[in-house]
Design a protein around this ligand. Structure first.
Ligand code: COA
Length: 700
């Protein structure tokens, strides 16, 4: 029998134990082992019932994602699941941790299901561009109804054991030992004469309302997830559960599953899943690098950013001191924190009790001496090196030895900041994205002298704060902002060449970006970065011109949402962009000044100009070792810049298109638009060798 599945007969029970660390994924050996174990149980005359459970921290967390896209290996999961359901002896799945995807499908095929109180169950396949392909779309609606199945399968979020029991997915909850609970439940079944009970044989409870539910979900998908491949197929599979007998429904589910498996969106979403896990592995840092304990924190600066960061600590249960220069500024900052929580309570996403608990962890102070015992201090003051110097010199004077001194700078030289202290090894960048309490991305900036322990602690802290933490090196703008500068510049050039904001934003939204660059500019304020642009104009050589369109708008008082108009108009404080009739003459003036005859540009050209600017800069960032690997760059763009997950990130997207094709376009743009488009040497090298960004890791 397979080493990943243990079979043991104890009295009248067969105990089937899956043991495939770390998450008991249903790889080939587990599938084979399950099939053999259930056959053995069936064949053993002394076995009256089967108890299925898992070792380690979780029940089966799904199919083995690493097998997707590779040649299938028998037995298939549907075959295993169908055999489990067909077994002539009653079976009980004993769930702890997470029963996800294929794991839940196996449990649904068992005749009874019990779970530890703290377990979760779900069908998250849609998040990987798939649908449950081993009966989940057919069995779940039979147990829980179409409405709940639609919510779980199209939404993909796991639910608690309590909720699952309420919806008929679980029979009982328990606390304590898995084997004891499973055996007791099985003996009770036998004593009460309750035998085999197949969920696949039950009718769909709310079949009468199904048509309306399915239609409503389709409409919602068209509205909220346009362009996504798998959600509509999830609905189609559920429709089959309502309309067809089980065997035919399973066939239809398999067909739809195969379509999803072959889709490029599935490949992109699986890439994003592994990118997130890979980012935690830091090149040159041993997995067992010791970390420092973080039991308390402090944040300097109570602006939007500082308060957002302080909330992140409070949300994670870490006591945090928020320092402002005087009582008035401090009161304003604390009020902002209270308002943010109050808004969450009003929306229903936070309870009053949790708000009170979190606010109690937040302590406003005005004296640096109060930071003496903090384990980590994050500076979020004005972006000016002289101001940072004052802050870090004081921190160096008051903080205890071993405290981590972090800067939230988004553009200044972290090594220069570290040099303001006598302990540069304890200085690290923690670049949060605004609003810091909402955005998942955290760039962890590794300075030239940042110690391994400090870096490892910063990464572990990121995880505790529920952030996607990505290590980056020191350079202007780090990874995210350095690349987005190129993207923004191209979008502005396009406006000067003939496109309208509606066209630029529309083309990029159709590609999948959460927001177009012009609407994004309006949101952040067109005057942001004006001073930087002016400085750059002085310092950049003449072959690197900058667009003028933003300056033109600012001169005309169009600053974006905050002034009621920018690229778009926002009547009476509305946040919905409307066309701005004042814009056309300004765009024409900007074109004239640069000596450009406006022309019509198509959507594909717009998307290529903006995205390939990202890719070319990303290649330079990789070669310089500022990012460790291409998937880290993708992760930054997916979590900080609204890049569509189903495209996998800019570098993955370029790999999919083929680097030779991307390079050919970049060469054309270089010929057409000059020095900004000088192809990155790494891109040229990889394209010539027929390789991909994903083949490349720092140091190769
Ligand atoms: N197949 C293969 N590997 C998997 C996996 C799966 N279904 N689920 C997790 N892993 C791997 C991860 O890649 C990681 O490997 P690494 O240590 O080599 O990087 C390891 O298991 C631990 O996963 P991680 O996510 O870091 O652990 P966690 O404790 O934070 O979360 C889960 C555990 C199960 C909640 C989470 O891994 C998860 O959601 N997995 C995917 C579930 C899913 O989508 N199933 C449906 C598949 S169709």
């Amino acid at each position: 029998m397979s080493a990943s599945v243990l079979f043991e007969r104890r009295g009248n029970l067969a105990l089937v134990t899956v043991n495939n660390p770390p998450v008991n994924a249903l790889g080939q050996s587990v599938r084979e082992g399950l099939l053999e174990a259930f056959r053995a149980a069936e064949a053993d005359a002394q076995v009256e019932a089967v108890v299925l459970l898992c070792t380690g921290s979780t029940f089966m967390a799904g199919a083995d994602i690493k097998e997707f896209g590779k040649p299938p290996q028998a037995p298939s999961l549907p075959e295993v699941v169908n055999a489990i359901e067909a077994c002539a002896k009653p079976s009980v799945a004993v769930i702890h941790g997470s029963a996800l995807g294929g794991g839940l499908e196996v449990a649904l095929a068992c005749h009874y299901r019990i779970a530890r109180n703290d377990a979760r169950v779900g069908l998250p396949e849609v998040k990987l561009g798939l649908l449950p392909g081993a009966g989940g779309t057919q069995r779940l609606p039979r147990l829980a109804g179409v409405a709940k199945a639609l919510e779980m399968i199209v939404g993909g979020a796991p639910i608690s054991a309590t909720e699952a029991q309420r919806h008929g997915i679980l029979d009982e909850l328990f606390d304590g030992d898995l084997l004891a609970a499973g055996s007791a439940f099985a003996q009770r079944l036998l004593a009460e004469g309750r035998g085999v009970r197949r969920s696949g044989e039950q009718p769909v409870a709310d079949a009468g309302e199904a048509a309306a539910l399915l239609d409503a979900k389709r409409a919602e998908i068209h509205q909220r997830m346009p362009g996504l491949f798998s959600p509509l197929r999830c609905v189609a599979a559920l429709e089959a559960a309502v309309q067809l007998p089980l065997a035919e429904g399973l066939e239809r589910e398999r067909e739809l599953f195969r379509e999803c498996l072959a889709s490029p969106q599935r490949a992109a979403l699986v890439h994003a899943f592994f990118a997130e896990r890979q980012a935690g592995k830091v090149v040159g840092l041993a997995a067992d690098t010791p970390t420092r304990a973080i039991a308390s924190a402090a944040v300097i600066g109570g602006g939007t950013m500082g308060v957002g960061i302080a909330l992140c600590f409070a949300n994670a249960g870490i006591p945090v001191k928020l320092l402002e220069i005087d009582q008035t500024a401090l009161e304003r900052a604390l009020q902002r924190a209270r308002d943010t929580y109050a808004a969450s309570v009003k929306r229903g996403s936070l309870s009053e009790a949790d708000m009170a608990r979190r606010l109690a962890l937040l302590d406003g102070v005005t004296d640096y001496a109060a930071l003496a015992e903090a384990d980590v201090v994050v500076e979020a003051v004005f972006e000016n090196l002289e101001v940072k110097r004052q802050v870090f010199e004081r921190l160096d004077a008051v903080c205890k030895p071993g405290a981590i001194l972090a800067s939230n700078t988004s553009s200044l030289d972290l090594d220069a900041i570290a040099a303001f202290t006598a302990r540069p090894q304890d200085v690290v960048g923690l670049h949060f994205f605004s609003p810091a309490n909402v955005m998942r991305l955290l760039e962890v900036v590794r300075g030239a002298q940042t110690s391994d322990t400090v870096l490892a602690t910063a990464m572990a802290l990121g995880k505790r704060l529920k952030k996607v933490a990505v290590v980056v090196g020191v350079c202007d703008g780090f990874v995210g902002n350095r690349m987005v500068f190129q993207y923004g510049r191209e979008s502005e050039f396009l406006l000067e060449e003939g496109a309208t904001p509606e066209q630029v934003d529309g083309a990029l939204r159709a590609f999948g970006m959460a927001m177009g660059p012009c609407a994004m500019r309006d949101l952040s304020g067109l005057d942001i970065g004006l001073a930087i642009r002016n400085r750059q104009r002085q310092s950049l050589p003449p072959q690197f011109p900058l667009p003028r369109v933003l300056d033109k708008l600012c001169e005309a008082g169009l600053l974006g949402q905050k002034s009621g108009a920018g690229f778009y108009r926002y009547p009476e404080g509305s946040r919905t962009p409307q066309p701005n009739p004042a814009l056309a003459p300004l765009l024409e003036a900007a074109s004239r000044e640069r000596g450009i005859a406006r022309r019509s540009l198509d959507d594909r050209y717009i998307v290529e100009r903006c995205l390939f600017a990202l890719v070319n800069e990303g290649a330079k960032i990789l070669e310089e070792g500022i990012a460790q690997r291409a998937s880290d760059i993708d992760l930054i763009y997916l979590n900080g810049y609204g890049f569509p997950a189903h495209r996998g990130g800019p570098m993955f997207h370029a790999d999919q298109l083929g680097l030779d094709k991307v390079l050919a376009r970049i060469r054309e743009f270089h010929a057409e638009h000059g020095a900004w488009w000088q192809p990155a040497p790494l891109l040229e090298r990889l394209a010539a060798e027929g390789r991909q960004f994903s083949d490349w890791e720092a140091g190769q």
